[in-house]
Design a protein around this ligand. Structure first.
Ligand SMILES: CC(=O)N[C@H]1[C@@H](OP(=O)(O)OP(=O)(O)OC[C@H]2O[C@@H](n3ccc(=O)[nH]c3=O)[C@H](O)[C@@H]2O)O[C@H](CO)[C@@H](O)[C@@H]1O
Length: 357
């Protein structure tokens, strides 16, 4: 008789940083029957592959302080928990995997209240509040950076790195770089997480002329919220709101200028791409600075606070780095040394161990 496949619900929602690791995990569990849990109008509606049916529920995050609106949110939260319990029960799911964020709260409560095993993946060096709160209730919390474990003293943590999309593990995809960049020219890639970073975009536009004069090309991924994205034009400048073939692009890049979201850093490490990091100053509890510190501490990147970074400083630091291929090579090696290219396999093994226990 054919074996009945194990059913796993994946609660991953909102940003590329939450979705890509979960998609990479799902790809490593081909024998499982996987469904997704998401919220309306977020990236999951575009990014989650069709083979994973998407269950949509309404969830909101808590604002600071208690107000009428937080009472309303509390009622909504209870509604979401009941909704996830119904999905888990009706679908006969055997376990839950989540990458955190708003959706994780109701998902973890619902699964644990039904006695189901839960694997949580936290990609940031400073775990989010949801992870710190719910981590101890989960069967295991897989962390992307070893530094995260010390903030989760009551949880069962395992360091597995953060899974990257399969394109990052397949060198044949270098052919996928479909941008007009001549061989041999220095290439700077600028990106600001999955949504783009308007403040970084502005700094880069103000600094780039000197890099063009030095012969460099710039690929600038601006996100689609930058009203000035079309303001700079130059033959050595390629501007796009979003680009899919990130593995090919980061492998070709001599230097990246980036926010320090966990997903971006993980990919920079896997590709061995040296970077200038500008943590997003408004990220929850400044967690991007903790991520960036992991890279600066091992000499894989230079980090600048956005509030202290002027176009002049950025322009000069990039020129200095472009002139020192030895320093760039060393930074790239240091980045590679902290990469976990087999993270998705390790996470899949952990999920199998826990769900099939
Ligand atoms: C603003 C904010 O709070 N962001 C958080 C969000 O990340 P957010 O999704 O913003 O950023 P991440 O760095 O984690 O991931 C960005 C992803 O988007 C991809 N990409 C980007 C641009 C592009 O053109 N094409 C493309 O594919 C990158 O390759 C990367 O895989 O969740 C992460 C994981 O919890 C956190 O570490 C980040 O701090």
């Amino acid at each position: 008789m054919a074996k009945v496949p194990i059913k796993l619900l994946i609660a991953a929602s909102g940003t590329g940083g939450h979705l890509f690791p979960a998609i990479a995990l799902a790809e490593k569990l081909p024998e499982y029957k996987i469904e997704w849990l998401g919220v309306p109008n977020r990236l999951e509606t575009q990014l989650v592959p069709e083979q994973y049916p998407l269950n949509i529920i309404a969830v909101e995050g808590f604002q600071q302080g208690l107000s009428l609106s937080s009472v309303r949110i509390l009622f909504k939260l209870m509604g979401s928990i009941l909704e996830v319990r119904r999905i888990l029960k009706q679908g006969n799911f055997q376990g839950l995997f989540t990458t955190g964020g708003y959706i994780a709260g109701p998902a973890v409560i619902a699964a644990r209240s039904l006695g189901l095993p839960v694997v949580f993946h936290e990609s940031n060096a400073l775990p989010g509040k949801v992870t710190r709160f719910f981590g101890p209730w989960c069967s295991a919390v897989a962390v992307g950076f070893a530094a995260a474990s010390k903030y989760l003293p009551r949880a069962k943590t395992v360091c597995v790195g953060t899974p990257v999309r399969s394109q990052f593990l397949d060198t044949a995809v270098d052919n996928a770089l479909d941008l007009p960049i001549p061989n041999g020219v220095p290439l700077i890639v600028v990106f600001g997480g999955s949504q783009g970073a308007v403040a970084v975009n502005k700094l880069v536009r103000q600094s780039a002329q000197a890099w063009f004069d030095a012969g460099a090309y710039v690929v600038h991924l601006t996100g689609d919220n930058d009203p000035d994205a079309a303001n700079l034009q130059h033959p050595q400048y390629i501007v796009l709101p979003f680009y899919d073939n990130m593995a090919a692009l980061l492998r070709r890049a001599n230097l990246a200028i980036s926010r320090s979201g966990a997903g971006s850093l993980t990919e920079l490490a896997v590709c061995g791409t040296p970077a200038i990091l500008i943590p997003y100053p408004f990220a929850a509890e400044d967690h991007q600075s903790y991520n960036a510190a992991v890279f600066t501490d091992v000499g894989a990147a230079l980090t600048f606070k956005q509030s202290e970074l002027t176009p002049e400083i950025l322009q000069q630091r990039v020129l200095d780095l472009l002139q020192s291929s030895a320093e760039l090579a060393k930074m790239g090696e240091n980045a590679k040394a902290i990469a976990f290219p087999d993270s998705a396999d390790k996470l899949a093994a952990l999920v199998r161990e826990i769900v099939e226990r």
